[in-house]
Design a protein. Structure first.
Length: 275
């Protein structure tokens, strides 16, 4: 037999717990917050949500209520930002809930760390989303790879390898996110573009018919740089004042990489390019 209280939401289990309409700084712990006062965090790691799973969760919420609170941080006096639980918040909207049980975290906790850990523990992030979240925390808090590994419960090598994946071409990054290639394949493909392969080889990569060793051999062959290309890189670096790398394939397609060390150099470079 279904518990009738669950269908009414968590408020029925809390008795006279006050619903927060105009929140003050004294509100702590478990709150019941109007859904209209809750907003998603635009910087949260997860960017895509499975619509079918959200619909299934909405049906469960309609039947049983929202049993697990979402985690919030104060946006301003009257509004809140989601730290963890955006899937539940989206599903609750579909279920037409007006009030959500919520936990308000202290201001001294890092919402980005909590959001990343919650996502890792609850539902696998895309590999690229996880890597971007790691990079954000490293840049924000000046963490070493070892620091971050201890915080999120991963190995240091896992952190390092995922950060390297951020240099992967978006075509191969998409294959990695979809599970069509492994992390080993991805590492061998860093610095490559689809134009570096013929159509047959690309199909073999996508179908998982090429081994990591095959890709590494291909990479070693492609890493031989022509003397003229080295001179071009040196001339360009001398002209613009930044280290550069020029890459092209047999079809003449390619790209130029410009390396900078810090934000000051970045701003200088952008202004120089604009002028």
């Amino acid at each position: 037999m279904v518990n009738k209280k669950l269908g009414k939401g968590l408020s029925s289990l809390l008795g006279d717990k006050k619903i927060i309409q105009n929140s003050s700084s004294e509100n702590k712990g478990l709150l019941l917050v109007s859904i209209e006062k809750i907003f998603r965090d635009e910087s949260q790691p997860r960017k895509e949500f499975d619509k079918e799973k959200i619909d299934e969760l909405a049906q469960s919420i309609k039947k049983n209520g929202l049993i697990q609170p979402i985690i919030l941080i104060r946006k301003d006096n009257d509004n809140f930002t989601i730290v963890a639980g955006e899937r539940r918040w989206r599903a609750a909207q579909l279920a037409d809930l007006k009030i959500l049980p919520s936990l308000l975290i202290p201001d001294d906790l890092d919402k980005d760390e909590i959001s990343l850990i919650e996502n890792i523990q609850r539902e696998d992030l895309k590999i690229s989303e996880e890597a971007m979240a790691y990079l954000r925390l490293i840049e924000k808090n000046n963490y070493t790879h070892e620091n971050l590994a201890n915080i999120v419960g991963k190995s240091r090598s896992h952190i390092t390898n995922l950060l390297r994946i951020l240099n992967l071409h978006e075509y191969f990054s998409d294959l990695l996110n979809k599970g069509k290639i492994s992390m080993g394949h991805a590492r061998a493909l860093i610095g490559k573009t689809p134009d570096d392969f013929d159509e047959n080889t690309l199909n073999q990569i996508e179908k998982g018919k090429l081994t990591v060793r095959d890709l590494e051999k291909n990479k070693k062959k492609a890493s031989i740089t022509e003397p003229n290309l080295i001179n071009e890189e040196l001339n360009l670096s001398s002209t613009i004042g930044f280290k550069t790398k020029i890459t092209y394939n047999s079809k003449g397609k390619g790209y130029i990489k410009i390396f900078y060390e810090n934000l000051e150099q970045y701003n200088f470079l952008i202004n120089k390019l604009k002028n």
